[in-house]
Design a binder for this molecule. Structure first.
Ligand code: SAH
Length: 398
């Protein structure tokens, strides 16, 4: 029998945990020295040494572990993982039945009861992402549960917990059959080429599914589209299929060029009619202003932080300036899709960025649509910090 590790956390964190907050905050821990090995199961106790919850020790960029249960008698074992994962699968029954979509999130970390673990499904392949060494130590349970509960072609994994914050290229294949990547998945009838064996990113961000659908169905017809930070051009594929006249795609990474050509091609769109530019977005804005280019639909979905040779960009600081650049090259009555995945601020703050940018630009706008994570990215509604995605679709009215 191993000794129970008792972790004392401060009154605030205890109160939050009792209300369902799942994260164990480092700054709330009073006896950090008891934490030795990641993956250990720990008991959280209050200052009277009374049991509050059980969790695991695993260091992420935020927090040092996650609460798993508030029931002292519930063991953290195979059955625990099975109950959480099977419940998550049940909740996504409509996705499994949807013939137009075969790429979605099956398990969303703390929103499904186990922080630090996500499982995505891509047409028969499962991709398991591990966000700390601690949760990775418990992987045998997860792979065992998948074996028991689902049929699959193959399982891949992404380890997202190396210390340097950099993803180390490695063999991500776990078990089953190896995929012949890229494979083509379907999303609301659109095709997307994805590769589970090509670094941390697969070629498509599943959390933007609803936004892609809305762009295709509501905002693209007849439009000239500028897609900034375009990555593989997924928003542009949606816009083209929705009847956009032309898309211009701008991304700094050279891999974005072949990947964007591929996404257009698997949808039967002639990529030569599109513009795909490997360049810095901020340089592109200057170029567009110099040439008096204007767009009817501008998509802004930057990474939370970006550093290029010339610029550093942080959404928390620089989003208003980015928006001002976009406003300057958007036609009157044109649409801007403003998106951010920065979890450090909420929708309210994001809207103040929009307000500031339009004021400073001497322009006016109207919000047409607001959205957040789609249903398969289940989050606890009481704690907005886990609902990181914020998308505002607005019209520049003046
Ligand atoms: N909007 C995309 C995802 C963007 S991921 C989608 O929906 O699929 C962020 C992208 O921003 C990456 O591809 C990265 O190469 C690009 N990027 C980061 N900094 C940049 C910059 N200064 N200029 C252009 N692209 C940049």
């Amino acid at each position: 029998m191993t000794k129970t590790i008792e972790l004392q956390v401060n009154a605030q964190n205890i109160a939050d945990i009792k209300k369902g907050y799942p994260l164990i905050l480092k700054e709330a821990v009073l006896n950090l020295d008891v934490l030795k090995e990641e993956g250990s199961i720990i008991h959280l106790i209050d200052r009277n040494r009374k049991f509050v919850a059980k969790g695991y020790y695993g260091v992420q960029n935020k927090g040092i572990g996650w609460v798993l249960t508030k029931n002292a008698d519930e063991p953290i074992d195979f059955n625990f993982f099975e109950s959480k994962i099977s419940r998550a699968i049940e909740r996504r029954a409509t996705f499994f039945e949807d013939e137009e979509t075969n790429a979605y999130r099956v398990f969303n970390g703390e929103g499904d009861g186990i922080g630090g673990l996500t499982i995505d499904y891509f047409d028969g392949f499962y991709m398991v992402s591990w966000y700390s060494e601690g949760i990775y130590k418990l992987k045998h349970h997860v792979y065992g549960v998948l074996d028991k509960l689902v049929t699959y072609k193959g399982i891949y994994e992404k380890k997202r917990f190396d210390t340097k914050g950099q993803y180390i290229d490695q063999d991500d294949f776990v078990q089953g059959a190896q995929g012949d990547f890229p494979i083509i998945v379907k999303e609301n009838g659109m095709n997307f080429a994805i590769d589970l064996n090509d670094g941390a990113m697969t070629g498509i961000f599943l959390d933007q599914r609803d936004v892609r659908e809305s762009i295709r169905d509501n905002y693209a017809e007849g439009k000239h589209v500028l897609n900034t930070f375009s990555y593989t051009g997924a928003f542009s594929v949606a816009a083209s299929l929705g009847g956009a006249v032309k898309t211009t795609n701008v991304d700094l990474a050279s891999r974005s060029l072949p990947k964007t050509i591929e996404q257009f091609s698997v949808n039967g769109i002639d990529y030569e009619q599109q513009e795909i530019r490997v360049m810095d977005v901020f340089d592109y804005f200057r170029y567009a202003k110099r040439h008096a280019l204007k767009f009817d639909l501008v998509i802004l979905d930057p990474p939370s932080f970006a550093r290029s040779k010339k610029y550093t960009f942080s959404t928390a600081k620089d989003y208003p300036a980015l928006l001002m650049d976009a406003i300057a090259i958007t036609e009157t009555n044109g649409i801007i899709v403003a998106s951010t995945n920065n979890a450090s601020f909420g929708m309210k703050k994001f809207k103040t960025f929009i307000e500031t940018a339009f004021n400073d630009a001497g322009s006016k706008y109207k919000i047409l649509e607001e959205s957040s994570l789609p249903k398969d990215f289940r989050t606890n509604r009481d704690f907005q910090e886990f609902n990181y995605l914020k998308v505002v679709i607005l019209q520049k009215t003046k």
